[in-house]
Each structure stands twice: as C-alpha cells, then as structure tokens.
Write a protein that binds this ligand. Structure first.
Ligand SMILES: Cc1cc2nc3c(=O)[nH]c(=O)nc-3n(C[C@H](O)[C@H](O)[C@H](O)COP(=O)(O)O)c2cc1C
Length: 301
C-alpha cells in the first residue's frame, strides 16, 4: 500500500508536505512545463508588494561553494497584477496558493493581506526580513514587539491562515517565534536567507551591487534544522521548515526537527523539478522504511 503523505495544515487539506519556497519558482506556473505543480502540497509565490518593484541593481546573484547569494530586492509586478493574471490560473490548476508578502510599513502588510485574502489565496506568508521604514529601516523580523504588532494587525483584517516567515538574522529566533504566535499567527515558516557577502579578489570589490545578499542552499541546512528544532520546542503552532533542502533525506531531517511541512528553494534553481523529485523520493523512502503515514515523523528530543 502507498504511504499517506496528506495532512491537515491549519485547516487546509494538503496532498503532501512538500511546498516551493518563495522567490525560487516565480508564480509557480513557470514550473508547469517541468512537472504537474498541482501535485505539490502548496506553492509559495514570489514575494509581492502593493506596488510593482523593479528590484535591486545588478549583479544581484552570486554563486558560492555550497550555496548562493541573492539581492533580487523583491522585484515583482505588484499584487493587482498577480490577482488579475496569475492567481486565476493557479486556482484553475487546483494549486494551493501561499501568497508571500512584504511591505515598508505595518499598514502596507495589512492592506496587501486584506486584498489577497479577498482575492481567494489559500494562505498568506509574511516575509518579515524586509526593512521597516517607520523604524529606521531595521528589518521587521528582528524586533519581537514589531512582529507581535504586525501579526496582530494582519490577523485582524484576514480570514485565511497567516504564516509568519522568520529571519535567521537575529540573536534569539525563539523570542521572535513566540511573538508571532502571541500575535495570532496560524503557522511559522523558517528560515529565510542568512546575510552574506562575497568579494572578488581580482577586482577587489564586492561581487553584488548591494554588497550584501541573502545566503541560501545546502550550506545553510544545519542552521535551519537547529532553528526549526528550537522553535518547534517553544511554540504550539505548526512550523514549515526550509533552508538547503536538496533531497528527501533532508526533508526527513526537517520533519524530525519538528516541522510539519517543508519548502524547497535553491534546489529548484539547480533542477526545476527538484520539488517533484523530492516528493517521489520521500514516498519511496517511506515505503522502504515501513512508514505508512507522514504523521509518524515526530520531533526528536
Ligand atoms: C533568488 C531567491 C529569491 C528569494 N525571494 C524570496 C521572497 O521573495 N520572499 C521570501 O520570503 N523569501 C525569499 N527567498 C528565500 C527562500 O524562500 C528561502 O527561505 C531560502 O532561500 C532558504 O531556502 P533554500 O536554502 O532551500 O533556498 C528567496 C531566495 C532566493 C534564493
């Protein structure tokens, strides 16, 4: 008998716990030419803002030994474009849609979340790694009080589950996770990228135009697993784990760290069908190891 990978996530029935990570698959439909995207648990679309954004100056991508740096800068055509053109196609295909959103102020997040909630997305993921304009540009996700306020405000104008996506660039990720839970978050996802830098030793200049970029890929997995384990030990709401997932075994590791679902990011930029391969390999892993239901993976002590 085939193992059961389906699960209830914040009241939403997911086919399996494998999702795409925001920013690594466009709006999700781009992957349709490689595999049936609707077979994944969910798709988290590229980070959206109220108004269209051009993104940062180039170069904004750099490779490193076991990961990559990006400073794309939330380039996107704006929420109205997504609602008009992409969302109907995603829904038509039966894809569970997570709208990943960013803003300059708490009010931006609230307006955007309310708009997307009304438009019919399945869940909303708050990217709190962006600068808070009202707080001198310090990232929202580094201040527990701001995270509480932001989550509470977004919750007050939405009905769909709200996922708060935590930044690893903090001293104490658990205090931020607890603030989001207290603010009413239905779930958490982590980790976003780690701040990194690369210098070209020939030109003696930083490789990225913005100097710093978000570091992702296999090198960050141990940091992500550690943070997921710490957070799942401290909150009651479900956690989506991500950071460097390349294989089904990596997924198992995150499930054993307490995650209920996972997101595949940088791996998709290497192999566009990575998430689909990982899904099938996970099913095979479960079969081979006599695991009948995905819920059998429990957080280790
Ligand atoms: C090119 C690129 C763009 C990204 N854009 C976003 C984004 O718009 N919103 C967001 O929350 N995370 C964004 N991320 C972060 C990923 O969703 C993910 O949290 C991170 O890359 C760690 O997972 P990975 O190591 O599997 O890639 C981006 C990552 C990459 C590589």
């Amino acid at each position: 008998m085939k193992p059961n990978l389906s699960l209830d996530f914040c009241g939403i029935k997911l086919k399996n716990p494998i999702m795409t990570a925001s920013g690594t698959c466009g709006h999700g439909l781009e992957l349709s030419e490689f595999f049936p995207v609707e077979e994944l648990g969910a798709v988290s679309v590229k980070g959206m803002t109220l108004a269209p954004r051009e993104g940062n100056a180039t170069p904004r991508i750099a490779e490193t030994a076991a990961g990559m740096l990006n400073s794309v800068g939330l380039q996107n055509p704006g929420a109205d474009h997504f609602i008009k053109y992409e969302l109907p196609l995603l829904k038509e295909k039966g894809i569970t849609v997570i709208a990943n959103i960013s803003g300059d102020t708490i009010d931006d997040y609230a307006k955007l979340a309310a708009k997307l909630d009304a438009a019919g997305v399945d869940m909303i993921e708050l990217n709190i790694s962006c600068p808070n304009v009202s707080h001198g540009g310090l990232a929202f996700g580094t201040d527990a009080d701001v995270v509480y306020e932001l989550t509470k405000t977004v919750k007050s104008v939405t009905k769909v589950p709200i996922i708060v996506k935590l930044s690893p660039n903090v001293t104490d990720v658990v205090s931020i996770a607890k603030a989001a839970e207290k603010g009413g978050a239905d779930a958490l996802s982590l980790i976003n990228t780690l701040l990194g830098m690369k210098i070209d030793i020939k030109t003696r200049k930083p490789v990225l135009a913005r100097k710093f970029g978000g570091f992702s890929g296999p090198a960050i997995k141990p940091v992500a697993v550690r943070m997921v384990w710490q957070v799942t030990g401290a909150v009651k709401i479900p956690v989506i784990g991500m950071g460097g997932i390349m294989t089904a075994e990596d997924v198992v590791e995150f499930l054993l760290a307490g995650a209920k679902a996972v997101m595949v990011g940088t791996a998709t930029l290497i192999e566009p069908d990575a998430a689909y391969t990982i899904l099938h390999d996970l099913e095979k892993y479960m079969e081979e190891n006599g695991i009948e239901d995905i819920s059998e993976f429990k957080r280790v002590d």
